[in-house]
Design a protein around this ligand. Structure first.
Ligand code: G4P
Length: 527
């Protein structure tokens, strides 16, 4: 394998969580460990927080929400780690879903007080679809949280994943004493703001009086009882099960206190996957192949009128990406080269000469790319597994200025290529329907259409709740259905038929009444 050394030192992952569970705080601690930022002890400051999350879009500055997805690269123990940031705000969940297609594993942060929350559930669904390896970090152990066993049970049940505790907590909240590392057989006592140095105490045998000495008799007895129970249930972690997305190792800690974070990072670097092989429309592409290939998973437009640039995020999947070398844009059947590809690290953008599997490269784009586009050294294939999910809010796009119809059409076409929203055309009446995950995106679209394309629009709410992509072996039945359900059907941007359901009840009824038609909840089927 030509680039073995580079591939084996790379780990590309994302941290996902429900907002406020502690994703930003954990990210900062990781960056501190990696020496990428030097602001130890100051994580409470909002200023640093803003810089640590790479929010280079104007809208984010205005609203204080992480809209952008960007990449933070740091080195830790000879590993090169690419941490892909995901927006915390639920209105931008679609961005997060797409980012999950570009990573090889995820760290899921769960708040020990709130347990599994809505956003977590949805993100995990995406991980499961792709068998993404997951490590769980149960955060905020310094607060009175749920019972540790109940919490694990809740996570297992709600997220349909088997858990494997790697550390075990001793109490929580005021009485939180620390964690016992089941793998290293060591005790880590809780102190607020733990330093980066390892000050864990090795306790091979839990019956050792050292444990009583360190935690007190009562808590030592409790820990012994707990560990006996969990050892019996879980045994040793099977790393392959983790890598196949079947089992998720679990850590307990407190991100704000930098407690339990190093254990998590150490295990992640030890067992976390290196760039994985990827499925394409033609064959599996191995990360170690000589020839370059990669795909666009995110397109980022700068909303600042002074810096109108569009950046396509390319995940390198195989081979070596090189500056100024011609690559093949498969969808457009066009060769392109990039003179200024760059790597991301918050605001500072460095032009790079090359990049390897697992890396993310920023490419300046003048409208050539859309989400899911594949670049190769000439071979024709598409990377698969980059689905669109059904939007949750549907509105009709109404043109407010008939003189600007062309601009509006161009604008909406480009914005939907970027993945800001999905565009459907209704069969009965030719209405242009915009589907988004959150209300905020409609504001973004309205603002951008006006600022960038000079087109004024407004939105009219439509009573749909879900879009399903339709296929059938019986083309006639599908056509009849679409004709009969004109008001509720249309096509997506690529011309694929879609059913727009008013409610779950309508959807289930149609599914039951039309056994020859398949209703799909993602667009992936068409790749
Ligand atoms: P997010 O990115 O997932 O949305 O969460 P973020 O890290 O911003 O954390 C949300 C809040 O939880 C922050 O408090 C943060 O300080 C707090 N937090 C994170 N980790 C821990 C922990 O281990 N224990 C406790 N008790 N709190 C934690 P905030 O008041 O919203 O912001 P700030 O003023 O502290 O910055």
């Amino acid at each position: 394998m030509k680039y073995e050394k580079e591939i084996n030192r790379r780990k590309t992952f994302a941290i996902i969580s429900h907002p406020d569970a502690g994703k930003t705080t954990l990210t900062e601690k990781f960056l501190l460990f990696g020496g990428a930022i030097q602001t130890a002890g100051a994580v409470k400051s909002n200023k640093i927080k803003k810089h640590a999350t790479s929010d280079f879009m104007e809208i984010e500055r205005q609203r204080g929400i992480s809209v952008a997805t960007s990449v933070m690269t740091f080195e830790y123990k000879h590993f090169l780690i690419n941490l892909l940031d995901t927006p915390g705000h639920k209105d931008f969940a679609e961005d997060t879903y797409r980012t999950l297609t570009a990573v090889d594993s995820v760290v899921l942060v769960v708040d020990s007080v709130n347990g599994v929350e809505e956003q977590t559930r949805r993100l995990m669904e995406v991980c499961r679809m792709r068998d993404t390896p997951v490590i769980v970090f149960i955060n905020k152990m310094d607060r009175d949280g749920k019972n540790r066993f109940d919490l694990l049970e809740e996570i297992e049940k709600e997220l349909s994943i088997s858990l494997h505790p790697m550390t075990w907590p001793i109490n929580s909240g005021k009485d939180f004493k620390g964690v016992y590392n089941l793998h290293d057989k060591s005790l880590l006592l809780f102190t607020a703001n733990t330093k980066a140095d390892d000050d864990s105490i090795v306790i091979e045998d839990l019956n050792s009086p050292l444990l009583d000495e360190k935690t007190g008799e009562k808590d030592a007895a409790l820990l012994r009882e707990d560990v006996e129970l969990i050892d019996g249930v879980y045994g040793e972690l099977n790393v392959n099960d983790y890598l196949n997305g079947k089992v998720a190792p679990v850590f307990f800690g407190s991100a704000i206190n930098n407690f339990g974070v190093k254990e998590l990072l150490d295990t992640f670097t030890r067992i976390g996957p290196t760039p994985r092989d990827r499925e394409t429309s033609k064959r599996e592409v191995a990360a170690g192949e000589d020839k370059f290939s990669g795909f666009i998973f995110k397109i980022h437009a700068n909303l600042d009128p002074k810096h109108r640039d569009r950046i396509a995020f390319l995940r390198v999947c195989a081979g070596k990406f090189e500056r100024n070398k011609y690559y093949h844009h498969v969808r457009l059947d066009k060769d392109m080269r990039f003179s200024n590809p760059y790597s991301f690290m918050a605001r500072s953008k460095d032009v790079i000469e090359d990049a390897f599997p697992g890396d993310v490269v920023g490419l300046f784009d003048t409208g050539n790319f859309k989400i899911g586009d594949t670049m190769t050294e000439g071979e024709d294939f598409f990377f698969t597994g980059i689905p669109s999910f059904s939007p949750e809010i549907f509105k009709e796009l109404v043109n407010k200025d008939p003189m600007k119809t062309k601009q509006l059409e161009k604008g909406i076409s480009q914005l939907t290529d970027e993945g800001v929203a999905q565009l459907f055309t209704q069969f009965g009446g030719n209405k242009k329907i915009i589907g988004c995950v959150g209300e905020l995106q409609f504001e973004v679209i309205q603002y951008r259409l006006l600022q960038e394309y000079g087109a004024a629009c407004e939105f009219r709410t439509l009573p749909f709740y879900k879009a399903c992509w339709l296929t059938s072996k019986d083309q006639k039945k599908l056509e009849d259905f679409l004709r009969y359900k004109q008001q509720n059907s249309g096509e997506d941007k690529d011309g694929h038929p879609v059913y727009l359901a008013q409610s779950e009840w309508f959807l289930n009824t149609e599914i039951q009444n039309n056994p020859d038609i398949e209703f799909h909840f993602t667009s992936e089927i068409h790749k």
